[in-house]
Design a protein around this ligand. Structure first.
Ligand SMILES: NC(=O)c1ccc[n+]([C@@H]2O[C@H](COP(=O)([O-])OP(=O)(O)OC[C@H]3O[C@@H](n4cnc5c(N)ncnc54)[C@H](O)[C@@H]3O)[C@@H](O)[C@H]2O)c1
Length: 388
């Protein structure tokens, strides 16, 4: 049996707690060190984990020989702990998204990872959620044909920038933005779903009316190298029931995916891909349903009739794959895949087959480049081209 990964976590806030709960019981992990600049958050974890606690990361890195460091500090405070871990020779790092909040920080981390040959994963958690995997499958199998337009909206309740991090909310939200905190997820999902794909042009606007210490929203139009056009939007000023709303639709030449991932008022959680292409038959969709089910993604093939004129006939049949109701998503679903990646020394470990490679520093840099172009375009009020 291979030895367990001696692991330290930096940042014991909302996400840090989830990492403790995920890593503590994992058979390949020995959680030995925890670090947070706020000593008051460490006490509880020290008692439940038995790990050594530190308020100073350098002390933790000097005192422990770690195989893996998890960085879950606020968005604008990723660079220092990630660079410290790289420079201390830690071979494996799992970093919360985004890689960084500036291009300079992102490139500095990227270059250091390349130089030191560190393995750095970014937890773009949505990539492992079952219905995002279903979207990836449908697009990559070309079941909706060539994608031509998509729309993705990810909004937080206004209570997030105002209260989620208690008295630190203003500092967290001010150091980040809806572009870094929310569109980082959306942009990565798009780059992964449509891979190989690059964004060539961005036109965006922003607004600062309500919050004052961080932009209220970003609304952006992205053009991909394939010609695909995508609108992405993230607000931090919505007065709504839920903490988060997340909606995506993708239209291809031969079909459309509609995904109410985190639904808003009056909407049910649901995922549906409608197909009109000649290869979409009930038999072929049954095979795709089975292929996805074999990989733990539960959708069902269905036929729907819709009225275009006054009558129903064959031309109005929609062949579909769909999922209604809850699924078993959570933000830690990529982590066991990353641990397997370390053990098996590959970005496509045995528990991550058929979904591309696990997200690394390169994916992190690509995502930051697009988010920075969105911010830059909104500031200038002009379109921005990305050099690719
Ligand atoms: N909150 C969410 O819903 C959510 C979801 C997905 C991803 N994330 C990402 O996870 C990361 C952490 O977010 P969070 O909500 O857990 O934040 P948080 O503020 O709750 O936790 C961050 C912790 O890091 C500590 N910290 C700050 N600087 C430090 C340093 N130099 N050394 C050690 N500890 C330090 C803070 O004291 C705090 O306890 C962010 O990048 C965020 O985008 C958050």
């Amino acid at each position: 049996m291979s030895p367990k990964l001696k692991t330290g976590i930096v940042g014991l806030g909302i996400l840090g707690r989830q990492y403790v709960e995920t890593l503590l019981p994992h058979p390949d992990v020995q959680l030995v060190a925890l670090c947070d600049v706020r000593p008051q958050v460490l006490g509880e974890f020290a008692a439940t984990t038995g790990a050594a606690t530190y308020t100073d990361l350098d002390e933790m890195l000097r005192g422990q020989s770690l195989d893996l460091v998890v960085v879950a500090t606020p968005d604008h405070l990723h660079r220092a702990p990630v660079m410290a871990a790289i420079q201390a020779g830690v071979p494996n790092i799992i970093e919360e998204k985004p890689l960084a909040t500036t291009l300079t920080d992102a490139r500095t981390i990227f270059d250091a990872v390349e130089q030191q040959k560190t393995r750095l994963f970014i937890n773009y958690a949505n990539r492992a959620m079952p219905l995002d995997l279903a979207t990836y499958y449908v697009v990559q199998q070309q079941l909706i044909g060539r994608p031509v337009y998509a729309e993705s909206r990810l909004d937080d309740n206004i209570s997030v920038p105002r209260n989620l991090w208690g008295s630190r909310s203003k500092e967290f939200a001010g150091g980040s933005s809806t572009a870094h905190f929310l569109l980082s997820h959306v942009v990565d999902l798009l780059l992964w779903t449509f891979a190989p794909a690059r964004v060539t042009d961005v036109y965006a606007f922003s607004q600062e009316v309500v919050l004052g210490y961080t932009p209220d929203l970003y609304d952006a139009f992205l053009t991909f190298d394939s010609g695909l056009k995508v609108r992405v939007k993230a607000e931090w000023i919505k007065h709504m029931d839920q903490i988060v709303e997340f909606y995506t639709s993708i239209t291809g030449v031969d079909g459309t995916v509609i995904y109410n991932k985190l639904p808003g008022f009056g909407v049910q959680k649901s995922w549906r891909a409608n197909f009109s292409g000649s290869q979409a038959t009930s038999q072929s969709l049954q095979q795709h349903q089975e292929a996805l089910g074999g990989r733990g993604v539960i959708v069902r093939s269905a036929q729907h009739y819709h009225t275009r004129t006054d009558e129903f006939d064959q031309s109005t049949v929609n062949f579909s794959l769909e999922h209604l109701g809850p699924d078993n998503s959570n933000g830690m679903m990529l982590i066991p895949r990353m641990l397997a990646s370390i053990a098996e020394e590959t970005l496509t470990p045995s528990n991550w087959q058929g979904w591309g490679t696990l997200p690394t520093h390169l994916d992190g840099l690509r995502q930051v480049e697009v988010v920075q172009a969105i911010i830059h375009s909104a500031q200038k009020g002009e379109p921005v081209s990305l050099v690719i």
